[in-house]
Design a protein around this ligand. Structure first.
Ligand SMILES: Cc1cc2nc3c(=O)[nH]c(=O)nc-3n(C[C@H](O)[C@H](O)[C@H](O)COP(=O)(O)O)c2cc1C
Length: 161
C-alpha cells in the first residue's frame, strides 16, 4: 500500500506550517503520516513508501533535532529503503542551501530517489528578535508546499516513481 511519511522539525513554526500544508494536499491522494522528528522511528520509515523531509536551516546546516532524527535512524534501516521517492522542504531566514545540501547527502546515503527539487522558503528574518519570533508562512509559500505534497502523493499513489 502506498503511504507517504512526512517528518519535520520546527522551532518557530515555519517548517511545521510547511509540513502541514504538504500533508493536507497529499492526503487528497494517499495515506499520509505526519511526524515530528523527535517522534519518528526507524519502523515509520520502513512502513512508508515515500518521504517528505522538512526542517529549518540553522547555522548553515540542518537543525540539530532533524539531524538527530537522521543520526538515530540512519543505520537501523540502511539498505532497506533503497529506491524510494523523497523530496525535501527547508525553511530558512535568507539561505537554506547548506541544509538542503546536507539533507540530500543523507538521502543519497540511503539511496533514496529525489523526485522534486528542494523547496526552500525564506522568512527574511534578520535580527535576533525576528529570528526567534513565531513565523507565519504566507499563502503563496504554503501553495508551493501544497503543490509539492499533491505531486508526491499522486506520484506515489499511481506508482510512477
Ligand atoms: C540558531 C539559528 C541559526 C540559524 N541559522 C540560519 C542560517 O544559517 N541560514 C538561514 O537562512 N537561516 C538561519 N536561521 C533562521 C531560520 O532558518 C528561520 O528563522 C526559519 O524560519 C526557522 O524555521 P522554523 O520556523 O521552522 O523553526 C537560523 C535560526 C536560528 C534560531
Amino acid at each position: 500500500m502506498a503511504h507517504l511519511l512526512i517528518v519535520y522539525h520546527s522551532r518557530t513554526g515555519g517548517s511545521r506550517q510547511m509540513a502541514e500544508a504538504a500533508a493536507d494536499a497529499a492526503r487528497e491522494e494517499i495515506e499520509v503520516s505526519l511526524l515530528a522528528a523527535a517522534d519518528a522511528q526507524p519502523a515509520d520509515l520502513i512502513a512508508a513508501t515515500g518521504y517528505i523531509f522538512c526542517a529549518p536551516e540553522n547555522l548553515a546546516a540542518l537543525s540539530g533535532e532533524m539531524k538527530e532524527f537522521f543520526d538515530r535512524c540512519y543505520y537501523p534501516i540502511l539498505g532497506q529503503i533503497e529506491g524510494r521517492a523523497y523530496a525535501q522542504m527547508i525553511c530558512a531566514g535568507s539561505d537554506g542551501s547548506g541544509a538542503a545540501k546536507q539533507l540530500a547527502r543523507i538521502a543519497t546515503g540511503w539511496r533514496l530517489k529525489e523526485v522534486q527539487a528542494p523547496l526552500i522558503l525564506c522568512t527574511h528574518a534578520q535580527t535576533p528578535e525576528d529570528i526567534l519570533a513565531e513565523k507565519t508562512i504566507p499563502e503563496n509559500g504554503l501553495k508551493h508546499c501544497r503543490d509539492l505534497g499533491q505531486a508526491i502523493g499522486a506520484g506515489l499513489a499511481l506508482g510512477v516513481f
